[in-house]
Design a protein around this ligand. Structure first.
Ligand SMILES: [Zn+2]
Length: 449
């Protein structure tokens, strides 16, 4: 956006971020030993800070203040939210006020002028609130600039197109807004736009860099194969939902080996990014300690897929997270990456891939609908949890909580019509709890043949 005037606050933020870049560049060349020493020291500092400033952690870790990390109790989203006011370390952060800020459509981008707020989806029945100070956000942004080939390219003014969530509080939206402060030629699209519109805009813009969700990447690869899309990106970054082998294969079939996966979580920001060797994703171990565990929270060795991970965000102070549980199944690689970076590799993230549903088009043909369309409708309604299931009988929407079924139905039909889909049967069903898969996951969009 050349010529756009930046606010004084933005200039301060950019200066702060760029000042961090050389530090992150140096870390790419650390030895494993240097990294371990840094982690141990950063963990000590985090715990000392939490015990001094957070009444919650003093109580939660009572009798364990000197114990190794692996002996500390696991923090769940439920506890984090229930004890929010005691857990955070800044007196201005009060859950009720943060939630009021989130609900205010005309809100300032920053809460209390100092904090960025993101929310997690309510698919498991409870929204989580994540808070970042400006300093914390600058560190995450600097790490992204150094560790992501696509983000780093913003400094070199490549033409970049992003196709992300319409939800302004989605982590991907916050990240993109930050990156937009850099003056690069940029096209911003929403994953909820009809596919034909996205294809036409990309054909006109011809991006060199693409930032998107994996499900959008799969759909665009098919459009390119069918001859409707004709772009030649030099790098495609998949964010938020896990790339998956199938999406990678399809994208590489049409664009070559240009896909990069990134693994992040709303609560702690970036977790891992893929390097130019494409052997997996390097964990941002200087910012977050990741423990791979089974259902009983016992450690899972490299080479095996775990049930969930526990993250300790070494850089977070406003809302410290120590052994915070994330419902993702990952596998650590057994071999180091040939690139020589000291950071461990995650070579698989399972259970995050979301299904794209296909419907007959109102104008004929087949219309594919991205899961973000369902998120946009259902996350905005006062439902507890939700799940969309498509089978031969039609579309079934399970919801928990106190919401009018007709309102859910009408909102979904509107959104699907806007996509050009013809919907023969849509049933909204209330349930006590969203059913889980055998592995304990609650997928939000499910297709059953
Ligand atoms: Zn590497």
């Amino acid at each position: 956006m050349p010529g756009v005037a930046l606010a004084v606050d933005d200039i301060g933020f950019l200066t702060r971020t760029l000042a961090q870049v050389p530090r992150f560049r140096r870390r790419e060349r650390w030895s494993r030993l240097q990294l371990a020493a840094y982690q141990a020291c950063a963990l000590r500092r985090l715990r000392a800070f939490a015990y001094a400033r957070s009444p919650f952690y003093r109580e939660f870790h009572r009798g364990l203040l000197g114990a190794p990390l692996a002996e500390l109790p696991v923090l769940t989203k439920r506890t984090m939210m229930e004890r929010f006011d005691d857990l955070v370390t800044d007196p201005e952060l009060r859950l009720r006020e943060v939630q009021a800020h989130v609900a205010d459509e005309g809100r300032d981008p920053l809460f209390a002028g100092r904090f960025r707020v993101a929310i997690t989806g309510g698919t498991s029945g409870q929204h989580g609130v994540a808070v970042y100070s400006e300093g914390e956000w600058a560190r995450l942004t600097a790490a992204s600039l150094v560790r992501s080939p696509v983000h780093g390219s913003l400094l070199r003014r490549h033409r970049t197109a992003d196709i992300t969530s319409p939800n302004p509080l989605h982590m991907s939206t916050l990240g993109i807004e930050t990156l937009r402060l850099w003056p690069a030629p940029e096209l911003h699209l929403l994953a909820t736009q009809p596919l034909g519109e996205i294809v036409a805009a990309l054909n006109a813009f011809l991006p060199e860099m693409l930032i998107l969700f994996a499900a959008t990447g799969r759909m665009l690869a098919e459009e390119q194969l069918a001859g409707r899309l004709a772009i030649a990106p030099r790098a495609v970054l998949s964010v938020a939902e896990g790339l998956g082998e199938e999406a990678r294969r399809r994208m590489e079939q049409v664009w070559g080996p240009v896909t990069f996966d990134a693994y992040s979580a709303t609560e702690c920001g970036g977790i891992a990014t893929e390097c130019e060797r494409h052997h997996g994703m390097h964990v941002w171990e200087d910012l977050v300690i990741v423990e791979n565990v089974d259902r009983r929270y016992q450690p899972v060795p490299a080479g095996q897929v775990g049930d969930r991970i526990l993250v300790t965000a070494l850089f977070k102070r406003a809302q410290p997270l120590i052994r915070y549980e994330l419902d993702d199944s990952v596998r650590f690689a057994t071999e180091p990456c040939p690139c020589g970076r000291p950071f461990q590799l995650i070579d698989a993230v399972e259970g995050r891939q979301q299904e794209v549903l296909a419907f007959p088009g109102r104008g004929g043909g087949i219309v594919r609908v991205h899961p973000v369309v369902f998120h946009a409708v259902l996350d905005a309604l006062p439902v507890g949890g939700w799940q969309v299931v498509q089978d031969s009988g039609g579309l079934h929407v399970l919801v928990t909580g106190d919401v009018d079924d007709d309102r859910v139905r009408a909102a979904l039909l509107d959104a699907l019509r806007a996509q050009g889909a013809a919907i023969a049967c849509l049933e909204v069903r209330r349930c006590a709890a969203i059913p889980q898969t055998a592995t304990g996951k609650t997928p939000v969009v499910v297709h059953r043949a």
